[in-house]
Design a protein around this ligand. Structure first.
Ligand code: LLP
Length: 410
């Protein structure tokens, strides 16, 4: 899995030219994943809605837009980003969770399609707009799926969506206010590999959908697992795409109308495009283990600490594998921040080509939920971001300065 360059530019050159810590994205990889997704859903009308929470850099959004990918957002700010990136409101779906109704009104005012996930919000939507505005309804299908508990969103106890058992209440509100429900939505969770889980969730939504007469869209969410580790190849997209397309075609036939299928992947489109680069500040030979301390921490890439997630780690400065050692890769934050976790979510040591102070350590699969989940903890600056496209690397977000930290403070 270790690769030492992006479009022939060595990672070490990128680190030298742009400094560290640094997020680097490979535009070709993103295009490749878009194409693979398109080629996996055959014989149906497919729209891809990029789950922008995974990466909201404007340059990434523009790249998505240029490749025919629309957008799914969760906040007014993400919606604004989309508009700034050149999207029209109608290409953006607003799929929030637990927001104030004023945010729904704001999204409607920008022409976005809203996705409602609560009965009280559905009622307010009916009272406010009657049949004048379209909407989707997010259903919770009571399906278990997702890499860990924190990223499972469709099981009975999840806060997301309206329970599939509340169909009567939904239909009563739709009828009462003549609400213009153009689509139904469900998102099972993140890191799902198994075609059966997607099929189960889709078929629950299809069964639910027959009572809604004027549907144009079924949105089956995202969650396609990416290969975080060499042992885990991730989702077989062609296979899952075919399962979902077949099920969708059968549904359309029974429903009596050609509908449009939306999917909203985040990780699948951007995770593998991203590599996170940091420099080795210290190699600490402790009697018990050897630590590699890098110039970053949970403030920049929180996935390992938040979910016990596995990220592939390698020494970008040393391609000689004849001398390797076990290292625990840690951060510089005043917490036990560790980047190396095993598949079971426990801190571990990684076998790396011998690390010296000053070496560049690379973490793969950092394109999704990397920068967007970064914080200023310990008053550290956010990393810079670089996009490599057409063999050229350019900064798409500058490194922060002290001014950024002080802005807005008294
Ligand atoms: N659609 C909805 C409604 C979602 O809530 C999400 C993710 C997606 C699509 C995209 O899921 P994806 O294809 O990226 O798996 N921060 C966590 C993942 C949280 C996902 C939140 N919702 C992580 O880094 O693993």
């Amino acid at each position: 899995m270790a690769y030492y360059s992006i479009q022939n530019i060595p990672l070490t050159d990128l680190a030298k030219d742009f400094g560290t810590p640094l997020y680097v994205y490979d535009a070709d990889k993103i295009r490749e994943k878009i194409l693979l997704l398109q080629q996996s859903f055959l014989g149906i009308n497919l729209t891809i809605k990029f789950a922008a929470k995974s990466n909201t850099n404007l340059s990434i959004l523009r790249l998505m837009r240029a490749n025919g990918v629309e957008m799914d957002v969760v906040s007014p700010q993400e919606l604004e980003m989309g508009l700034i990136a050149g999207y029209e409101g109608g290409q953006i779906t607003f799929t929030p969770s637990g927001v104030h109704f004023s945010e729904i009104e704001y999204a409607v005012s920008k022409g976005a399609i809203v996705n409602l996930d609560n009965l009280s919000v559905l009622e307010k939507f009916g009272q406010t707009y009657g049949s004048s505005q379209p909407c989707l309804i997010r259903i919770k299908p009571h399906v278990f799926g997702g890499g860990n508990e924190k990223i499972m969103t469709a099981h009975p106890e999840s806060k997301f969506g309206i329970s599939i058992h509340q169909k009567a209440e939904i239909l009563a509100l739709v009828d009462k206010y003549n609400i213009n429900v153009i689509g139904l939505h469900q998102h099972t969770g993140s890191d799902i590999k198994d075609g059966k889980t997607f099929e189960q969730a889709a078929s629950a939504l299809f069964d639910f959908a027959y009572d809604f007469k004027d549907l144009q869209i079924i949105d089956l969410g995202g969650g396609f697992k990416v290969p975080y580790s060499p042992e885990d190849p991730g989702v077989n997209m062609k296979e899952v795409g075919q399962i979902m397309s077949d099920a969708f075609r059968a549904f359309c036939q029974k429903y009596g109308r050609e509908l449009r299928l939306w999917v909203e992947p985040g990780k699948f489109l951007v995770s593998e495009s991203g590599t996170f680069l940091a420099e080795t500040n210290v190699v600490k030979h402790d009697p018990v283990k050897t630590f590699v301390g890098i110039n970053s921490g949970l403030n920049h890439l929180i996935r390992p600490m938040m979910y016990g997630s596995y990220h592939y780690i390698f020494n970008a400065s040393n391609q000689d594998s004849s001398k390797q050692a076990e290292y625990r890769v840690t951060g510089y934050i005043c917490e036990t921040d560790t980047f190396s976790f095993d598949y079971a979510g426990k801190q571990n040591e990684r076998l790396l080509n011998e690390v010296k102070e000053g070496d560049i350590i690379a973490l793969a699969n950092a394109g999704a939920y990397g920068f967007t989940m970064a914080s200023h903890y310990n008053s550290r600056f956010l990393p810079a971001e670089v996009l490599v496209d057409g063999g050229v690397a350019r900064v798409i977000r500058k490194r922060e300065t002290m001014e950024d930290l002080l802005r807005n403070q008294e």
